[in-house]
Design a protein around this ligand. Structure first.
Ligand SMILES: *[C@@H]1O[C@H](CO)[C@@H](O)[C@H](O)[C@H]1NC(C)=O
Ligand SMILES: *[C@@H]1O[C@H](CO)[C@@H](O)[C@H](O)[C@H]1NC(C)=O
Ligand SMILES: *[C@@H]1O[C@H](CO)[C@@H](O)[C@H](O)[C@H]1NC(C)=O
Length: 748
């Protein structure tokens, strides 16, 4: 009997193909639909607002966003701007702060570039108190700092530089405007990691300012080989370690030249380091130097079993994503490769618990300059080096000046931890290999979507563009990286220098060498005019609201919003919308008097599953009641002894907390045995037998689509989308009517 297998095969092929087409659809959305917007398109669509004071080569690098007082300070070449973050171009205020003429002349005499180096490039802008801001600039390779006063509010505000507070910026600000640099101001103390001289050789992490009279510099020891070697500082931030405020630390991140082993070739390694906030230096040795400085390697690599891991060793930027526990922010890092063979960038995420575990683990030990780092296994002095002094722990050790000499001499030689910090997921959550750009900046926004919380990353590149990326972790812990948008925010392909995010305003401020722009975090309308496209975009900011793709705000209205970030499956979310009905209704063929199983599994254990049927010609759905022939199971609906009257549209809905959604919409066609029997291979081309021809025609259609070479995927997607659009325009109703007609024919 050849007949049965034929029907089965056709059902199977149909299923496989619709699965495949669904996958290709999703792929196409990445390739064709996920928008790559150029700067002029962005400006035109008003989703990017450039600051009118922007001008070429001014390096708009330093941004101080004060959401509370609704102001934005912007530091560039020889200028500081005071802007309104609600509208950058509304009454901007400009303060001119150039380097003195003689400094510029000396800088030029020293062989530096008059345009790009010998000017006052602002690198430090920190809120000091309610009225004052602390600012530093490179001052034509002679860094200087001063207090600025911000007065008034909005239109009536102004900036004033207190010239009597101008002081040397050495150790607080780099000499070289292009050098990576990190600083943070907290409790009136400024912590900064920078080169401390004209040549940029000695790099230190130091503390300065502070409430008078305690204004002593504390710094890393440059005479110690093992501390920081040609450091490039990336980020610094205070983080509390325990509930005891004495344990509060400053964590900082940098990269440095490694001096491991006996080889002479230098490589770059990334580090996480920390010092205690209450460190005041040693008494007899390490006076005015950190006595609690520890560092560890930060690893971001793709593990290859039994092979050489792909390492991303050059840290470019760090972002701390706050969590409910302020002691445990998530640490997002952007890294690039040092390899000359391939260009690559990666994002790795670290957990503070893992970082602390490494600092609480074994120290590294080096016998001499030509030896390798090994695990230190001897006795560790008390108190454990790197621990902050606290009366609560030991009344005899109130400050770091009370540390025994043993502890001080240990930390001089053992600032490095033996173990490295590895990313939470064991590997990067996002990589870009052999792209023409590299990633240089990161900010992250926590976004609440219908099916959970998502961390949306905004990644700045060295080519003037910003990628908006979400990394989705599936139930089996596999992660999927999706580029939601690629925005060319600057016309010239120069590096993004800084990004600040305002969740309050849903805006991103992006600074580059030629300007500052304000970018909205979302442009939901660009995902097209249909529910399915909106759903497939998987942008956590956006959902289908019934008429358009728009901003999703959780719990705003009871109105159902269609969104599926985790799976991006429109067939379960868009079935009842016009485009969903046509494109995503599943079709199943059953054979009369055989059994049929309609699979529908709820992802949620709490959900109540209900089944409905819409019979052909009927205008109301009816709930299916189980009986001896129809069984509702945990995994779906089982119909024994299929009858012709079972044909129709099936809806599997899940109800949870008074929120009902359709998980499955399926159209069941019942083929009678006679029909199949009559349908021998010889009559294959006949078209007046709808039940069997329909899948076969689709099959041919799919095959035709699939025969396109994969290499021109772009083109293929375009034709696919074009075709689908056309089909839609041809009239949805015609299609439905035809279907009805054919059904009626069968029934009469
Ligand atoms: C803020 O700090 C500046 C500089 O030290 C000082 O002159 C000013 O009085 C302070 N203002 C307030 C409100 O504390
Ligand atoms: C995890 O599940 C996804 C689909 O949800 C699948 O594509 C992937 O292959 C699975 N990965 C593993 C390691 O099982
Ligand atoms: C119908 O059911 C019989 C017995 O369960 C099975 O052998 C046969 O393959 C089924 N036919 C189809 C078309 O599913």
């Amino acid at each position: 009997n050849m007949v049965m297998p034929l029907a089965q095969v056709s059902i199977l092929i149909h299923r496989l193909l619709s699965m495949f087409v669904h996958i290709v659809h999703t792929m196409c959305l990445y390739v064709c639909v996920h928008p790559h917007l150029t700067s002029s398109e962005l400006i035109h669509s008003r989703s990017v607002v450039p600051f009118v004071g922007s001008s070429e080569g001014q390096r708009f690098e330093t941004v101080l966003l004060d959401e509370e007082r609704s102001r934005l300070l912007l530091g560039a070449k020889d200028h500081i701007y005071l802007l309104d973050p609600d509208d950058l171009n509304k009454h901007p205020k400009k303060l001119s702060w150039p380097a003195p003429r003689d400094r510029v002349d000396m800088c030029i005499l020293a062989g530096k570039n008059p345009l790009t180096e010998c000017a006052n490039f602002i690198r430090v802008l920190h809120s000091y108190n309610r009225s004052h801001v602390y600012a530093c600039g490179t001052g034509a390779f002679h860094p200087t700092c001063a207090f600025l006063e911000v007065k008034g509010h909005k239109e009536d505000s102004w900036l004033h530089l207190h010239s009597n507070t101008v002081e040397s910026g050495r150790l607080k600000c780099p000499f070289d405007p292009h050098q990576p640099f990190a600083s943070v101001l907290t409790d009136q103390y400024l912590y900064a990691g920078t080169a401390s001289d004209f040549l940029g050789k000695d790099s230190t992490f130091s503390r300065s300012l502070g409430p008078p009279p305690d204004q002593q510099y504390i710094r890393t020891d440059i005479s110690e080989d093992y501390w920081i070697n040609e450091g490039k500082f990336i980020f610094a931030h205070p983080i509390a370690d325990t509930y005891n405020p004495d344990d509060d630390k400053i964590y900082f991140f940098f990269r440095e030249a490694s001096r491991d082993g006996s080889t002479t070739d230098k490589s770059v390694l990334s580090r996480v380091a920390r010092i205690c906030r209450n460190d005041v230096g040693g008494l007899r040795s390490l006076t005015n130097k950190w006595t609690t400085f520890l560092k560890a390697r930060l690893v971001c690599s793709i593990p290859v079993p039994d092979g050489v891991d792909t390492h991303f060793d050059e840290l470019q930027d760090i972002f701390l994503l706050p969590s409910r526990d302020e002691r445990n922010p998530m640490v997002y890092g952007v890294f690039t490769t040092t390899s000359s063979i391939f260009r690559g960038s990666a994002v790795c995420v670290y957990n503070m618990e893992d970082i602390r575990a490494v600092f609480n683990g074994p120290y590294a030990h080096k016998e001499g300059p030509d030896h390798r780092w090994v695990e230190y296994e001897d006795r560790i002095p008390y108190p454990r080096p790197g621990t902050c002094p606290s009366r609560t722990y030991d009344p005899h050790i109130k400050t770091t000046k009370d540390f025994p000499d043993e502890v001080i001499s240990f930390i001089r030689l053992h600032p490095l931890m033996y173990r490295s910090v590895h990313p939470m997921t064991g590997r990067p959550i996002f990589t870009r290999i052999n792209t023409e750009y590299r990633l240089t900046q990161i900010v992250v926004d926590q976004v609440a979507a219908e099916d959970g919380q998502y961390a949306v990353m905004f990644l700045g590149t060295d080519m003037g563009s910003v990628l908006k990326v979400v990394s989705i972790t599936q139930e089996n812990w596999s992660t999927e990286e999706i580029i939601l948008e690629e925005l060319q925010v600057f016309k010239s392909p120069s590096a993004i220098l800084n990004m600040e995010i305002s969740s309050k305003q849903q805006q991103l401020f992006v600074g580059g060498s030629d300007g500052l722009v304000q970018v909205s975090l979302h442009r939901c309308h660009i995902y097209g005019q249909g529910c399915a496209e909106c759903c497939l975009a998987r942008d956590p900011y956006c959902a289908w609201d019934g008429t358009q793709c728009s901003r999703y705000i959780p719990a705003s209205k009871r109105r159902a919003r269609r969104q599926d970030i985790k799976h991006g499956d429109p067939s379960s979310h868009c079935w009842d919308t016009e485009d969903g009905k046509e494109a995503y209704e599943k079709v199943l063929y059953g054979v009369e008097s055989n059994s049929s199983f309609l699979e529908c599994v709820s992802k949620s254990q709490q959900a109540l599953i209900r089944w409905f049927i819409l019979k052909p010609g009927a205008d109301q759905r009816q709930e299916i009641k189980p009986d001896e022939r129809v069984l509702i199971t945990e995994r779906g609906l089982l119909i024994r002894w299929l009858q012709r009257s079972d044909a129709g549209s099936y809806f599997c809905t899940s109800q949870e907390h008074s929120f009902t959604r359709t998980l499955l919409h399926l159209s069941l066609h019942v083929l009678d045995r006679g029909q199949i029997q009559a349908h021998q291979p010889a009559t294959r081309e006949s078209s007046d037998n709808p039940p069997v021809t329909e899948p076969r025609q689709r099959y041919k259609d799919y095959l035709r689509r699939l025969s396109v070479p994969v290499r021109s995927l772009d083109e293929y997607c375009e034709t696919l989308w074009h075709k689908e659009k056309k089909q839609k325009q041809k009239g949805k109703w015609k299609h439905v009517q035809e279907l009805r007609k054919s059904r009626n024919r069968r029934h009469h």
